[in-house]
Design a protein around this ligand. Structure first.
Ligand SMILES: Cc1cc2nc3c(=O)[nH]c(=O)nc-3n(C[C@H](O)[C@H](O)[C@H](O)COP(=O)(O)OP(=O)(O)OC[C@H]3O[C@@H](n4cnc5c(N)ncnc54)[C@H](O)[C@@H]3O)c2cc1C
Length: 376
């Protein structure tokens, strides 16, 4: 009899792990993939919606296409999972799989920063990117503050990509001279994992007149007075853009799958949680590496191998986060960062570019995944 494998969350991690398992275990297992949404959207598509006028409907990749890849997709909302009994309940059904893979990503906690909901903007959700895009059409110039409001957060380069692409937009509209852009972050460097990429981002911001303040955190904002409150000073703004505080999806907290730091922990070699046959990958996991789609995918590849050998026998190498990701510098230029993360062994990240040729590379990255996951 075929084993049942249940994958919770159809983002970067869930799509990759279910595709691999369906391919690898075609004679041994049935893979069911659950997500509350009916379609997938790349994280970086939000920058396209915000700055390139892309229509979100054309960027969405319908999960109905996943069916053709030998994975059964179900659009359901996961309500509760009981890790002790390996039991999962959704708004439509319940499951008792042989193996469970948790790939539920990270949620945003806008309320964690007082004033953000009332007086700020964000571009980390699609709705947020659309709202900010609309607001920017009315923007007549002034002080823009872009601030990282908590650590960890997805895609460390994204706030800087946003700042540099905003610079281009304001230049194009003739508003750059009457505007300031100030990036404030609690982190010690733009991309702490890569000193090389951090230096390139800092130099690029400086060349564009973008002010950068590190190791500093906005605690709250006051929309009425246009002031952001930091520990020891205030910052005036006309437009406040925050990278919201991130948190694990509540369903994982309720199931007591998270630890004191609020995230799911796993064995860094196998990606197995403290529960037998329950794996966790991607943004919901604290593994000491940046939250990024490429790392969710790398973890998916490793988890798939460990799951496959647990069913068919054999051994699998420990997880290694070897990946490439891209940083938009504006003006069509993109940097390519190559990261090799081996938990407890070493961590290197080098950057090539920025150059326009890496924009083609990034486009190819998306094309490959559209084809692989959706047959498009
Ligand atoms: C602006 C921006 C730019 C980015 N650029 C890049 C980039 O260039 N490169 C890169 O590698 N990464 C990038 N990222 C980060 C990347 O999008 C994430 O790190 C990645 O999506 C994480 O994958 P995941 O599988 O862990 O989670 P996700 O892709 O977030 O997937 C989680 C899924 O779980 C589902 N889910 C959650 N809770 C429930 C529930 N209760 N019931 C049912 N379903 C549920 C969600 O609907 C979602 O589909 C960017 C992110 C942003 C915001």
């Amino acid at each position: 009899m075929k084993r049942q494998i249940l994958v919770l969350g159809a983002g970067f991690g869930g799509l990759e792990v279910s595709t691999l398992l369906a391919e690898r275990l075609v004679d041994h297992a049935e893979v069911t993939l659950i997500d509350q949404n009916d379609s997938f959207l790349f994280g970086f598509s939000k920058l396209d919606v915000l700055f390139r006028g892309s229509d979100p409907e054309k960027l969405r990749l319908p999960y109905a296409r996943v069916l053709t890849r030998g994975v059964e997709f179900r659009q359901e909302r996961i309500l509760l999972s009981d890790p002790h009994r390996l039991h999962v309940r959704t708004d439509k059904s319940y499951y008792d799989p042989h193996v469970l893979v948790i790939a539920l990503g990270a949620d945003y906690d806008l309320a964690a920063t007082p004033g953000l909901l009332e007086g700020g903007y964000e571009f980390y959700s699609l709705e947020g990117a659309e709202r900010l895009r609309d607001q920017l059409t009315y923007f007549e110039g002034g002080a823009v503050v872009i601030s990282v409001l908590g650590i960890p957060f997805k895609c460390p380069p994204a706030p800087y990509e946003g700042a540099m692409m905003l610079h281009d937009l304001l230049v194009e509209r003739g508003l750059r001279d009457s505007s300031t852009i100030h990036v404030i972050t609690p982190q010690p460097a733009p991309i702490p994992v890569s000193p090389e990429a951090s230096m390139a981002v800092e130099a690029a911001m400086s060349a564009r007149g973008i002010k950068y303040t590190r190791s500093s955190r906005v605690r709250s904002i006051d929309a009425a007075t246009g002031v952001a409150h930091l520990k020891d000073h205030e910052e005036a703004f006309d437009l406040f853009i925050g990278v919201p505080v991130h948190k694990a999806p509540p369903v994982l907290v309720e199931a007591e799958l998270t630890e004191d730091d609020g995230w799911v922990h796993v064995d860094p070699a196998t990606l197995l949680t403290r529960y037998p046959r329950i794996y966790a990958i991607g943004d919901c996991v604290e593994l000491g590496i940046p939250r990024a789609g490429v790392f969710a995918e790398a973890a998916a590849r490793s988890a798939a191998e460990h799951i496959a050998v647990s069913i068919t026998g054999g051994g699998a190498p420990p997880f290694r986060g070897k990946s490439q990701c891209y940083v938009e510098f504006g003006s069509g230029e993109v940097g390519r960062i190559s990261i090799d993360f081996q938990p407890g062994v070493s961590n290197t990240a080098t950057m090539e570019g920025p150059a326009t040729e890496y924009a083609d590379d990034k486009a190819q990255f998306a094309t490959d995944r559209r084809r692989r996951w959706f047959g498009l």
